[in-house]
Unconditional design. Structure first.
Length: 996
């Protein structure tokens, strides 16, 4: 979404009152200057099209979204004529060694370095250029994974490269792929001759920097840049080693490429520049509240968390599911899929969160029987939980509405009388069936009832399995009542048993099948066409043909294909329905009822909940049999826009509160590892429709994150692009496909720098996975902050209504991190707009006209790369910032910056990019009060003895001033902490005038 604003003027005039100056001094002095042509660093990736790999595109894509706002990069194919003129740095890809022009390219690279160019060499080149180019006396094969590394103190200019290698080496052993990746080839180490050792292990150098002529040659190790994960901005695998994506590995690769370019910049100009992913030179953090649990909707949890956050000067952002559910609940339920003419079944994804089909409704809610509150995770199957609804469907009372009789784990048999209803199949409140003597018809353990005329009198009787292998019968009467249960059969099955009657062998006689939960299916072949007559001592065991189905075998005989003979359908523990036929004295190899779409297990089987029990009946009167299934269903999820959703009013009140208070809401997107693009598109359209029904326009600026974390594994970027194509412009939380790295606790997510996913060379969605900040200790979170990683704080606020202790703890952890690392707290949409603006930022250093005065004097002029991408927002484009790092060549210089907002940390300045910034030498020593942080987009102008901040966005508005400050503007909360004054207010965009 592109937003434009009218600026007060094309150039903001900054008066002397806000010419903020920071001064720093260093140890040594050396002459540096920026040429009149500017301080852009020009780089190229060299490659060959003749090679059998395109892995160079990963390095190219990361450099195209470099961390340096003054780096320009291009790709050069060395197979034909090419030129290295005008370049400062080259990144040769190993593919050039396969080019027919490799010898010529080698000579050109040697000449380039000798003339002053910088070369980034991967380890593959150890024997291509020769030892003198790298500065080695010899190379030694590195037979071990790099560890116990040492980092010589060789100057501040090297700390960027040393730092990312050190941090990555510390994180990598905790990577979920480390066991595999640590076995790969880690190349050759160097015994230096002329090279400077940058990183050492066991007395050898893994990384070196060599002066070759006037240039620099940086020789690296396969540890970093690391090719053992998916890392490029296309998010595609380039070889069989690249199984899954790692944000930390990708960010570390991007950082080391940029760190070398920053090193080169410091040698040329004395300083380097680096993007900051946040407004005015400080990184952003935001809550990412997954709001999904149905009792949280019922009990106002969203508002309760918002009020807690506000008390602590934080602002929440919410991602709302389409299907609200009850955590850990497992329920005996019944759902159905309408039949189709081809003996298939229509998959309706509207209610299909944790089971297939549409739900049967009773009393305005999904029909359920026994429930288990602590039923564990959806993604774990628990065979020990043997609950299920066991349905039989027919119009028992002749009123033309389908009635359901269901068994349950409580041993009762329930009658759910059909009734009129719009929408889903509707039944009355379940009532236990009683015998003619007034006692309930029940068995020990699971009841599994069917209706059959067992005595041939023309009246249906109830046959019911139990939890002990016994089958009982209750004789029916013409009045519709039933006699008490009597034992019909002891099957010899020790656990649950599931009876079914019908003609299995097509001999015209009624057979009795008995399934079980212990992998046994037996048949008592009938001896009569009327009634149920069989030899109880001569069952046939049919289990051998069904070994692949598991232990839960719930049989159902039905002629679905209309050929006049019944097929045998078997419900399984996995929730599938197997299909077979009795032929030649045995069951045929079973297959499954399938759909065009794969389920989350990775097959095309129609999948209900665990402990599936199928039934077939025409419940909608169209002449085609429908599939009804009882099962044990997880969560009992309701679409939030369903007429059956019980807490629409409560949820709407909270969403209205969010909008009124300028809080952010986005969809919490459910997909699975095997979902197709079409399925994801349909799901997202339904999700946006659901939110729109609550007054959240589908064209609002929104991104998404993943419910259950999962994304499709068909293609690594598929789910991101599915969302992008529906107008969702970023993803803030996911588990990479083909990975087991749970994002909020994984080493793969410690350094997660944002980037635009590219498709056909164009920017699409912004990828910014969530943070480990709330769940890991300082060692990891300090590393996140060291690289200015934007922080999305994943948390479930759903249960704050019951106990707010954990929520308060998390709020305090977030506050401590913010203060320690000087982050801006914002909404998630504001974080993404600021990150997009930072990645779009270009800084052009120019020498200032200082009228012949000696000393460094550089003007850093901001611009942006493009306005042609959906996350472009002019407000944030003019509110970006960056980092200036001073190199060793500026040691001893007293330097200052003139910027609207700035913060100094050692030899680095963090400055705003709302106007040109001046970096210059000065004798001035004092640091006046000034703005250090402004959290969201704003215009900053001068005011009498202070500054005026015209906020351009709503929500939480916050400024941090170094020193004491005050305001006459009403409604601002003012805090003084650690020598700073903090101004905070919640509401619409407005102006704050600050007096120092």
């Amino acid at each position: 979404m592109k937003k434009k604003i009218l600026m007060a003027s094309a150039v903001i005039v900054i008066l002397a009152a806000i010419c903020f100056i920071a001064v720093t001094s260093h140890r040594q002095s050396a002459p540096v200057s920026v040429p009149e042509s500017g301080g852009t660093v020009n780089a190229a990736v060299l490659y060959s099209e003749r090679a059998d790999t395109d892995i160079y595109q990963d390095a190219l894509s990361l450099l195209e979204q470099s961390l340096m706002p003054n780096l320009k990069v291009k790709a050069i194919n060395i197979d034909g004529d090419f030129s290295l003129d005008g370049l400062d740095i080259i990144y040769p890809d190993s593919s050039i060694m396969q080019s027919p022009n490799s010898a010529g390219a080698k000579n050109d690279i040697l000449s380039f370095a000798e003339a002053g160019g910088a070369v980034f060499l991967t380890n593959d080149f150890h024997d291509f250029f020769g030892e003198s180019f790298i500065g080695a006396s010899e190379f030694k094969k590195n037979d071990a994974f790099p560890q116990n590394l040492k980092f010589p103190n060789i100057g501040d200019d090297y700390t960027g490269m040393q730092g990312i290698i050190s941090d990555f080496a510390a994180l990598y052993p905790a990577d979920t792929t480390f066991e595999r990746c640590s076995q790969y080839d880690y190349g050759y180490a160097v015994l230096p001759k002329t090279a400077l050792s940058v990183v050492q292990m066991d007395g050898l150098s893994l990384y070196t920097m060599n002066r070759f002529g006037e240039g620099y040659v940086f020789f690296t190790n396969p540890l970093l840049p690391n090719a053992f994960s998916v890392t490029g901005t296309e998010m595609v695998s380039r070889n069989d080693k690249q199984v899954s994506y790692s944000a930390t590995t990708s960010s570390a690769n991007r950082t080391i490429y940029s760190a070398f370019a920053e090193f080169v910049s410091k040698q040329k100009y004395g300083f380097s520049l680096e993007r900051v992913y946040g407004c005015f030179g400080r990184p952003s953090m935001a809550w990412e509240l997954h709001f999904e649990e149905i009792t949280g909707y019922k009990n106002n949890s969203g508002v309760l968390f918002a009020e807690l956050a506000k008390e602590n000067c934080q602002i929440p952002s919410y991602s709302v599911v389409r299907n609200a559910y009850t955590w850990f609940l497992r329920s005996e339920s019944i759902s159905y899929m309408p039949g189709e003419q081809n003996a298939g079944f229509a998959q309706d994804y509207y209610e299909n969160a944790y089971s297939s089909g549409k739900h049967v409704v009773a009393d305005g809610r999904w029909l359920t029987f026994t429930e288990k509150a602590d039923g564990g995770s959806y993604f774990v199957d628990y065979p020990e939980i043997d609950l299920c609804a066991y349905p039989f469907v027919d119009d028992l009372n002749g009123d033309s509405y389908p009635d359901i009789v269901s068994g349950s784990s409580d041993g009762r048999i329930y009658l759910c009388a059909g009734t009129a209803g719009e929408g889903n199949l509707t039944v009355e409140t379940p009532k236990p069936i009683t015998a003619s003597d007034g006692t309930e018809l029940s068995v020990s353990g699971q009841s599994s009832p069917i209706f059959a005329d067992i005595d041939g009198d023309g009246v249906r009787d109830i046959v019911c399995g139990s939890g002990s292998g016994a089958v009982y019968a209750a004789k029916g009467t013409k009045s519709g009542s039933f006699a008490p249960f009597k034992l019909l059969l002891q099957t010899g099955i020790s656990g649950l048993c599931f009876p079914e009657t019908g003609d299995l062998d097509a001999d015209g006689k009624t057979d009795l099948l008995v399934g079980s939960d212990e992998g046994r299916l037996i048949c008592y072949f009938g001896e009569s066409a009327t009634g149920l007559v069989f030899d109880a001592d001569s069952p046939k065991d049919l289990s051998a043909s069904l070994e692949g189905l598991g232990t839960w075998l719930a049989p159902r005989l039905f002629d679905l294909n209309g050929d006049g003979a019944s097929e045998l359908y078997i419900g399984t523990f996995d929730g599938y329905i197997a299909k077979t036929r009795y032929s030649g004295g045995a069951l045929e190899e079973p297959s499954y009822l399938t759909s065009a779409e794969m389920n989350y297990k990775g097959n095309n089987n129609i999948k209900f909940g665990n402990n599936c029990v199928p039934f077939f009946a025409d419940i909608d009167g169209d002449g085609v049999a429908d599939l009804i299934c009882g099962c044990l269903e997880y969560g009992m999820a309701y679409p939030i826009d369903s007429p059956y959703f019980p807490y629409r009013g409560e949820l709407k009140k909270q969403l209205d509160y969010f909008r009124k208070n300028d809080l952010f809401v986005e969809p919490h997107f459910l997909t699975n590892a095997y979902a197709s693009t079409e399925r994801e598109r349909h799901e997202l359209q339904m999700h946006l429709d659901a939110l729109e029904s609550y007054g959240i326009p589908r064209d609002s600026l929104m991104g998404t994150n993943q419910h259950t974390w999962h994304i499709s594994s068909h293609e690594l970027p598929q789910s991101f692009l599915s969302a992008y194509d529906q107008g969702l412009l970023w993803n803030s939380g996911f588990e990479p496909s083909r990975s087991t790295a749970t994002p909020q606790v994984s080493a793969e997510n410690v350094i997660a720098l944002p980037f635009f996913l590219t498709r056909d060379g164009k920017k699409t969605t912004l990828i910014q996975n969530n943070s480990v900040v709330l769940y890991k200790g300082d060692e990891w979170t300090d590393t996140s902050a060291r690289y200015g990683t934007p922080v999305c704080l994943y948390y479930h606020c759903d249960f704050i209504y019951a106990d707010d202790a954990e929520a308060k703890k998390m709020v305090n952890v977030a506050a401590d991190f913010q203060r320690k690392h000087r982050y801006n707290f914002v909404r998630e949409d504001q974080l993404m707009l600021a990150s997009a603006a930072a990645q779009n930022l270009v800084i052009s250093p120019k020498s200032a006209d200082n009228s012949g005065k000696a000393g460094l004097d550089v003007t850093l002029i901001p611009a942006h790369i493009s306005e042609d991408f959906p996350l472009y927002d002019e407000r944030y484009a003019m509110s970006s910032g960056y980092k200036i790092s001073l190199g060793d060549k500026l040691s001893g210089k007293k330097l200052a910056v003139d910027a609207s907002v700035w913060y100094r940390d050692g030899s680095s300045f963090f400055v705003s990019a709302d106007r040109p910034v001046r970096l210059f030498e000065t004798d001035k020593k004092a640091e006046p009060s000034h703005l250090e942080q402004v959290n969201v987009a704003a215009e900053i102008t001068s005011a009498a003895k202070g500054v005026r901040v015209n906020f351009l966005d709503s929500g939480m508005l916050q400024c941090v001033v170094a020193g004491k400050a005050r305001t006459a503007d009403a409604g601002w909360k003012i805090e003084e902490r650690d020598g700073h004054t903090i101004f905070t207010k919640f509401g619409k965009a407005q102006t704050l005038t600050i007096t120092y």
